[in-house]
Design a protein around this ligand. Structure first.
Ligand SMILES: [Zn+2]
Ligand SMILES: [Zn+2]
Length: 255
């Protein structure tokens, strides 16, 4: 398997997942078509599918123009039928997707939207706007309970799982993380490393699940320092995982 990261729009990432045995490829979250079409041509692969993580335009905007050029199946959560252009295969938790000889697993992870899914190919996780590197998506359609449940599901994946998310947000996410858990040495080290990468214009995606569990404030509801930060900002807040997660999300919304 080969994975190409394609920068799209201002800060989006689309991906090309290529089966090197058959040369067939899937396009993850094409925000726009032209840069994706150039990659397809340059890599001389045969695109067979679009995998949309959720319905937002910056993840589906290229569907129509790609479908005008190529015959593709379009995958997204089954509840997003009217919201994802060209949807042919509505999927749900536990479904598998075949791309050439590669097989991917669908995880249902609502919270950012009600129909958000992730695609897992071996240890490569394509998680859209649910889990970001050092952050998580806003709760546009779901509840804190749903989002925390979805993040918990992703945290159960092996530590070496690579996190391919939908945006390059790592640096600003870490700037916020430092305000709620600045004494975490792994977080401080990551912030420094990421600032260096961004200064050179390099990508900070993918990360690993291990790194996220160690430094992502939206997965660290058990951290005493984060619980203290939450208490300082909203004194009546409870310390159960969902309440801590919800409070950190609120703080980030206002950051
Ligand atoms: Zn989104
Ligand atoms: Zn997005």
């Amino acid at each position: 398997m080969k994975i190409h990261q394609i920068p799209l729009l201002r800060d989006n990432y689309g991906y090309l997942i290529v089966c090197q045995k058959t040369n067939q490829a899937a396009i993850v979250d094409p925000s726009e078509a032209d840069p994706v079409l150039r990659y397809i041509e340059q890599e001389k692969v045969e695109p067979v599918a679009i995998l949309n993580t959720h319905h937002h335009r910056d993840h589906t905007g290229g569907n129509e123009a790609l479908l005008a050029k190529h015959r593709l199946r379009v995958y997204a959560h089954k509840s997003d039928q009217p919201r994802v252009f060209g949807l042919t295969d509505g999927v749900d938790e536990g479904d598998t997707i075949q791309i050439g000889e590669l097989s991917g697993k669908v995880l249902f992870i609502p919270g950012h939207t009600t129909g958000h899914v992730a695609y897992l190919f071996d240890n490569n996780l394509f998680c859209g706007d649910t889990l970001f590197t050092a952050g998580c998506g806003r709760l546009f359609e779901g509840t804190p309970e749903q989002m925390q449940g979805s993040l918990k599901k992703l945290m159960a994946l092996p530590d070496n799982t690579k996190v391919y998310c939908g945006h390059e947000y790592t640096e600003s996410n870490l700037r916020f993380a430092m305000t709620v858990e600045g004494k975490n040495p792994k977080l401080a080290a990551r912030f420094e490393r990421v600032q260096g990468l961004r200064a050179r214009g390099a990508s900070t995606v993918p990360s690993t699940m291990e790194e996220e569990k160690q430094t992502n404030p939206f997965l660290r509801w058990d951290s005493k320092e984060i619980q203290t930060s939450v208490k300082a900002s909203s004194p009546g807040n409870r310390h159960d995982p969902v309440s801590v997660f919800a409070a950190v999300r609120k703080m980030k919304d206002a950051f």
